[in-house]
Design a protein around this ligand. Structure first.
Ligand SMILES: CC(C)(COP(=O)(O)OP(=O)(O)OC[C@H]1O[C@@H](n2cnc3c(N)ncnc32)[C@H](O)[C@@H]1OP(=O)(O)O)[C@@H](O)C(=O)NCCC(=O)NCCS
Length: 181
């Protein structure tokens, strides 16, 4: 099992123990509004999805993490890295239950996933895609220093496509650290 830690959060490899809260979160049409294209997701589809998350970890040595505040059992969302179905490029993804929105959790977890992908998994480049209307998600990508490259067809639809290289991420992180001093 892989575990990442951030200032506020613990990120742990998703597993079958995570099924129930995923069923609840993925069953919320607001959470799924811009993901998957079908709105609220059934238990059956989430069972299939969890199996794919496990397969992803086994095949690629990377995948999605369940996210919890330190010291708390209840998961607040999921985030991590996975290959894009169409191209095999590695994308960073994130989604949180509604009560967790607006607290910087997507930015914090996506940053941790990028750092892990570049430093520990040796990736050269990571992409992110979002519905063009998903302004909050696109803003997260901007905050991470991910460059907008235009609209690309991914997941069967037009997506805003962003990317960042290992070098650009290191520079962006160094600038952010300098600003914080
Ligand atoms: C998109 C999502 C992951 C953002 O998570 P979050 O933890 O609230 O994100 P953060 O707080 O780290 O950052 C969001 C930023 O977008 C801003 N934002 C929120 N709604 C916005 C909107 N409608 N338009 C523009 N910016 C918006 C926030 O103010 C914040 O920016 P700031 O830190 O400069 O104030 C969350 O809303 C979610 O889980 N949505 C459902 C699943 C989803 O769409 N996932 C992404 C798929 S690509």
């Amino acid at each position: 099992m892989t575990q990442l830690e951030t200032e506020r959060l613990i990120m742990r490899t998703l597993c079958t123990d995570d099924l129930e809260w995923l069923v609840t979160m993925r069953g919320d049409a607001d959470v799924m509004r811009y993901i998957g294209g079908e709105g609220a997701v059934s238990r059956e589809r989430t069972v299939e999805r969890v199996a794919r998350y496990l397969q992803c970890w086994n095949e690629h040595g990377l995948g999605m993490f369940g996210v919890r505040f330190r010291g708390e059992d209840e998961a607040v969302g999921w985030a991590g890295l996975q290959p894009l179905e169409e191209t095999g490029e590695i994308e960073v993804g994130y989604a949180f239950g509604r009560t967790a929105w607006g607290r910087g959790l997507a930015t914090e977890t996506a940053r941790a996933a990028l750092e892990w992908g570049f430093r520990e998994r040796g990736l050269e480049r990571i992409v992110a895609v979002a519905s063009p209307e998903n302004a909050a998600s696109r803003h997260v990508m901007d905050k991470l220093g991910m460059k907008y490259e235009g609209i690309r067809f991914r997941y069967g639809t037009d997506c805003a496509y962003h990317s960042i290289t290992a070098k650009a991420f290191a520079e962006h992180s160094a600038q952010a650290a300098a600003r914080a001093r």
